[in-house]
Design a protein around this ligand. Structure first.
Ligand SMILES: [Zn+2]
Length: 227
């Protein structure tokens, strides 16, 4: 099974992807991981990408698309894959569709996790780090840290939790959400391009799930729609 998964940052997309990877034995193809592998491996595309990343700039599509296609053609992807975190923009969606067709790498399923932008931002801003690795989030009741003697402590082990500075960068969160929600071009521009293509093609399953529930109910919703 070849899956493309969409969802705004903070929608729980990574968690659901990890489950699908495990359940179906898929290769997890994630844009950040592709960059890291190419940079570490010293590939030509990796060197070019690094120059942009070092300057704090977005890596252009002319570098990202070939990296993604190359990754999807590696051996571990033969058993199926899930592409997570790419494409982000309508232009990237168009380019990915073209490249998948040229590479004869068909897509079976498109999953979109829908969640309100404000809730996503609250969840991203609410992340707290436990020194023992337990997930904590002030915006999610089930894993909210507790206040003890004026300090926030892990709901599970009681260790004091801290804030990671890159988790509370509202400017960076907004920048990513501006691209995803595409408020100028119309709702969910990058998703819309892929879904229109899927509808025309006819044999690609398109699934939407509500990201507002807990992890288990979202997982159940995805699994029931896949079957
Ligand atoms: Zn803990």
């Amino acid at each position: 099974m070849r899956i493309l998964i969409f969802g705004p940052n903070g929608s729980g997309k990574g968690t659901q992807s990890a489950h699908l990877v495990k359940h179906f034995g898929l290769a997890h193809v994630e844009s950040g991981g592709i960059f890291r592998a190419n940079i570490k491996g010293g590939t030509e595309l990796g060197k070019k990408a690094k120059a942009y990343i070092d300057q704090g700039e977005l890596v252009p599509d002319s570098i990202t698309i070939p990296m993604v296609i190359d990754r999807l053609q590696q051996d571990d992807c033969a058993k199926g894959w899930i592409l997570d975190g790419f494409p982000r923009t309508p232009a990237q969606s168009e380019a990915l569709i073209d490249a998948l067709q040229v590479a004869d790498s068909p897509l079976d399923v498109v999953i979109t996790i829908d969640l309100d932008r404000g809730i996503c931002a609250d969840r991203l801003m609410g992340r707290r780090t436990c020194p023992n690795g337990h997930p904590n989030n002030t915006a999610i009741d089930a894993i909210a840290p507790k206040e003890v003697d004026g300090k926030l402590v892990c709901w599970k082990c009681g260790a004091e939790v801290t804030v990671r500075s890159d988790d509370v960068d509202m400017g960076a969160i907004d920048q990513r959400h501006d691209i995803y929600f595409d408020e100028e071009g119309g709702t969910l521009g990058g998703v819309a391009v892929v879904e229109k293509w899927a509808a025309d093609k006819g044999n690609v399953k398109v699934i939407h799930v509500d990201g507002a529930g807990d992890i288990e109910s979202i997982r159940g919703n995805i699994m029931s729609q896949l079957n």
